[in-house]
Design a protein around this ligand. Structure first.
Ligand code: SF4
Length: 972
């Protein structure tokens, strides 16, 4: 096998099969490359290992790295088309300064010294005056532990990445429930699961890994059930498809829970050992602690011990806790176990399958059958592995038994205004079945599990923000109650996106989708500098694009811009470039270092923590710099403490690789966990190792630490794992992680809404907080449908990513464009016939804020009330170095034009963002539309069409691309 980064002197001559007389002769003996380098793909979020074949210093071919834990050699179409991403004509080539009006696309090329000088001047002045007037937000950034730390050192509370419009509901819903989640946080036990439920659009967050896994399931005969309004992609190979109505998944899961409880298919022993099901909840309506856990004098939650008929600390292992009933506390008040409250909630009529069937569109008999199938697999087809392990209390076990039902969900569930509670419902179903971190169930990936919720709180209170000073901690954390919110004394949010305010109290990823609107409307305050990285906020990453463009160009009476300065870093001439004042051109992913860190979003496997790097496999041929290098340079120019030594010189003069190796977040804990220590022999914690990057490169650009077999399961309660995790810096204590079926932090918000505690919501927010901060998850209809005339907009409209593309990058790629260059509006044949619409017709799609025109494609396999399209294919004419009349611009379209970023005004006129009320997750998938046939005489072109963007200096739109010509003729 070829070793990573090996020079290919000459391939062994392969026997050449004699062709038939007319076949062209292919000489297989010729070496395809001078050199092969291993690195990490960035063509989507999966971070597969790749081998890049180089010939004469150019990228010739990319293949999957068979040794890599993520993809095991599999490479998807996007990954191999990375060549055309790297050589895209749209690559920016020089720093740029705006010289025309914002939006005109008129720039002049400037030197890096000028660009960095200008950025330092703008950023430095704001830092000394009022650091929160910098809003720094990043898009598909895979270096958030650096970008967040930079913002913390700068001292602005206004930092987040794109999670607020991606899948924060999934992350927060899981972290508040069981200290994990799907995707980077955990995954099904693909080796042993026998019944797999796939909820909603999930391809965005799981390409190769899920494809490989589904192959295993299908090969083994496991049942795959897809719950999705659209039957494409992974859903197309499901054994059973439930074409549910968008936004009703929580109701369906509630009905499955109903059936599990009704048929008594619940793992009670598991609930007693690992969850707060037996915790006693104070029942004292009107009291300041109503609904909180009853606790002993040391603050430990209490249970009722059936053996002694007394109250006892829940942490004791010698008790037999009651799960039902009502008990009297020492002060004479009543308390009830969480499990009783669960039974009362989900056995009620709201979650009866016959009630649920009408709203979800899934027949009651089907719900009952699916529930029975799940119960049968979970309780009659258990999987036992002969693995010795020791639990947190020191009890030794000879084996581990699992209930082999697993689930997966991501954006399709998350991107609704009821997503947080729906995600909690899915996890509660898993927990009631006893399927967390057991064979065949869900498995955590280190550094998860963490306590539910994790102990780090958000930072950005008024007292934590001061001119010229860093903030005392990282921005994004997990509130435990109203006292952790980030607000001024009068309730004004300290963050520009209103994260961690009454608008979105558990905004664990921020609300990037609200930054431009709020900044332009000066609500809650104006900003001076908007600094964006890799986020196409003037196009496919914003809702209500027309309004967003208006906000980006809005002026004050004196002619100055409402958002005075915009700095943007991107590698490509995206639609956002024209709306920035200063452009810092980034490299491609094959030209720079990156660190896929355990401090951030790693690539861990269930059997062990893993992290990875990218490193330059080719040198930039343009005047560009990796954004992370630029950020570190700016940090030292601004004299930010973390980026400057005591003598004022740069702390990381070698840029990002220097930082990756030498930065320590706490003593011994740095961006990379592998090969630490001066001798390179430590994992997790250890002194910086100057040869660390060499070790990663020699190992294929990744490191994986394989857990001992006895550490691999039940990680939330496994002594061996908890001790390992603490020693590795993942968690702060070896206490078991208790699953929070009932969420006490949510109840604390509810109590505040009821007039208790020092920090209470104003009257205008009270009803909303009371309703949505229910400590037990529940289903409610997505907001948009309840706030508009749903008879006028009877259809649901959703998007998904084509499996051959990823965000707007994919649809500029010369090879991938050949697969799809213009998206259609997909709808059911039945509904189209009823509306008089035929295949290929042009239609108007209208929402309550506007309309777009698109061409339809009729299909089977879509919920009758739902239309959908591929996201991010529609482009603005002239952007991305595409022809102004490219199909992406003239036939492609975006639904974003129809999605409001603000909900219609409530009583009193206040407009909440179009988001989940708990987390602030953008509710993209709540969109309601009507569809009508466009008059045949109308021009067959998508609408709206905006003025064509000029390519920035240095970017030339080619007539045609012909990659690889240079490799022809010369035999490679
Ligand atoms: S799945 Fe994503 S990361 Fe993996 S090869 Fe494909 S594009 Fe690259």
């Amino acid at each position: 096998m070829q070793k990573p980064n090996e020079t290919v002197a000459a391939h062994a001559t392969l026997p050449v099969k004699a062709g038939l007389p007319d076949e062209p002769h292919i000489d297989l003996s010729v070496s395809p490359a001078d050199e092969i380098k291993t690195t990490t793909c960035y063509m989507c979020a999966c971070r597969c290992g790749i081998k890049v074949y180089l010939k004469n210093g150019k990228v010739r071919y990319i293949e999957g790295n068979r040794d890599h834990p993520v993809n095991k050699g599999v490479l998807c179409g996007k990954g191999s088309a990375g060549i055309m991403h790297h050589y895209a004509p749209s690559r920016l080539s020089n720093p740029l300064r705006r010289v025309g009006e914002r939006g005109s696309g008129e720039f002049e090329e400037i030197s890096w010294e000028e660009a960095l000088g200008l950025a330092t001047e703008w950023l430095g002045e704001v830092r000394q005056r009022d650091p929160k007037k910098l809003a720094f937000f990043t898009g598909r950034d895979q270096s958030q532990s650096l970008t967040g730390w930079w913002a913390m050192q700068y001292g602005t509370p206004n930092f987040a990445a794109h999670g607020g419009f991606c899948s924060v509901n999934m992350a927060a819903g899981g972290l508040y429930t069981f200290g994990g989640s799907f995707w980077e946080f955990g995954e099904p036990d693909w080796e042993h699961t026998k019944y797999f439920l796939l909820f909603g659009v999930a391809e965005d967050h799981g390409s190769n890994p899920i494809k490989i896994a589904l192959g295993k399931l299908k090969g083994r005969g496991a049942k795959v059930v897809s719950i999705n309004p659209v039957r494409t992609g992974y859903n197309a190979i499901a054994d059973e498809w439930l074409g549910i109505k968008p936004g009703t998944d929580g109701l369906l899961v509630g009905a499955l829970i109903h059936e599990m409880l009704r048929t008594e298919n619940v793992d009670l022993d598991y609930l007693v050992r690992y969850t707060n099901a037996p915790f006693l909840v104070i029942h004292d309506p009107g009291a300041a602690d109503d609904g909180l856990f009853a606790r002993d004098g040391e603050g430990k939650p209490l249970v009722w011990d059936k053996k002694s008929n007394t109250l006892a600390a829940a942490s004791r292992v010698d008790v037999a806790p009651a799960l039902v009933g009502e008990f009297t506390l020492a002060d004479g008040r009543k308390a009830r176990p969480v499990f009783r409250l669960i039974a009362e909630r989900y056995l009620g009529n709201d979650y009866w399958p016959d009630t649920v069937a009408k709203e979800t569109g899934v027949p009651a008999d089907t719900i009952r059958r699916i529930a029975a199938e799940i119960a049968d697999v979970a309780f009659k087809q258990t999987v036992t592995l002969p693995i010795k392990w020791t639990d947190w209390a020191g009890r030794e076990h000879d084996s581990i038994t699992g209930r082999p039902v697993s689930m997966h969900a991501m954006r399709g569930i998350s991107a609704h205004s009821n997503g947080f509670h729906t995600c909690r419902l899915i996890h509660i179903l898993q927990i009631l079945l006893g399927t967390i971190d057991v064979p065949g169930g869900f498995r955590y990936k280190a550094p998860f599990p963490r306590p539910a919720p994790p102990p780090n709180k958000p930072v950005g209170k008024p007292s934590q923000i001061a001119p010229g000073k860093p903030m005392p901690g990282m921005h994004l954390g997990f509130v435990q109650g109203p006292e952790d919110l980030l607000m001024e004394a009068d309730g004004t949010p300290t963050r520009i996106d209103k994260a961690y305010s009454w608008d979105a109290p558990i905004a664990a990823h921020g609300l990037m989708h609200m930054v431009i609107t709020n900044a332009a409307l000066e609500d809650p305050y104006p900003v001076d500098v908007l600094f964006l990285y890799m986020a196409n906020m003037s196009w496919n990453s914003s809702m209500n694009i027309g309004a967003t463009l208006g906000y980006l160009t809005a002026k004050n009476d004196d002619g100055s811009y409402k958002i005075p300065k915009i700095i943007y870093s991107d590698a490509y001439a995206s639609e956002m470039v024209a709306y920035a004042d200063l452009i810092l051109p980034d490299t491609t992913y094959l030209e720079r270092y990156d660190c896929i860190s355990l401090l951030d979003r790693p690539i861990s496997e269930a059997d062990g923590p893993a992290d990875a790097i990218r490193h330059p496999v080719v040198k930039p041929d343009r005047n560009v710099r990796g954004f992370q290098d630029v950020l570190i340079d700016l940090g030292s120019r601004l004299k930010l403490p973390g980026f400057t030594k005591e003598d004022g010189t740069p702390r990381y003069p070698g840029g990002y690789p220097d930082y990756i190796v030498n930065h320590e977040r706490s003593p011994g804990l740095g961006p990379l966990a592998g090969w630490r220590g001066e001798d390179g022999k430590s994992f997790g914690v250890g002194k910086p190792n100057p040869k660390q990057l060499d070790e990663y490169i020699a190992n294929g650009a990744f490191h994986i630490h394989h857990l001992e077999p006895g550490q691999r399961w039940m990680k939330h309660a496994n002594k061996g794992y908890l001790e390992f995790a603490k020693a590795s810096g993942f968690i702060g204590s070896t206490d078991p992680i208790i699953f929070q079926l009932y969420s006490e932090p949510l109840q604390k918000f509810r109590l505040a809404a009821r007039g208790h505690g020092a920090i209470q919501p104003p009257a205008s927010h009270k009803q909303r907080i009371e309703r949505f901060f229910d400590p037990l998850p529940f289903w409610y209809p997505p907001f948009e449908g309840t706030m508009i005339d749903d008879r006028a907009f009877p259809m649901h409209a959703i998007t998904q990513r084509p499996m051959h593309m990823y965000h707007s990058w994919g649809s500029q790629n010369a090879w991938l464009r050949q697969i799809t260059a213009a998206n259609r509006l997909f709808m059911s044949r039945t509904r189209a016939a009823a509306l008089g619409i035929a295949d290929d017709d042009w239609v108007w799609i209208a929402s309550h804020i506007g309309r777009v025109k698109a061409q339809v494609r009729l299909m089977e396999g879509v919920n009758d009330d739902t239309v959908w399209t591929w996201n991010a294919i529609g482009k603005r004419g002239g952007a991305w170095a595409l022809d102004k009349d490219a199909p992406e611009a003239k036939q492609g379209f975006l639904l974003n034009h129809l999605i409001a970023e603000l909900l219609p005004p409530r009583e009193g006129g206040y407009r909440y963002s179009n988001s989940d009320p708990v987390t602030g997750q953008a509710a993209w998938y709540d969109l309601r539309v009507s569809v009508s046939k466009a008059p045949p005489a109308e021009v067959h072109e998508s609408w709206p069409q905006f003025e064509t963007l000029a390519s920035p200096p240095g970017v030339v739109a080619p007539g045609a691309l012909a990659f690889g010509r240079e490799f022809k003729g010369g035999r490679g």
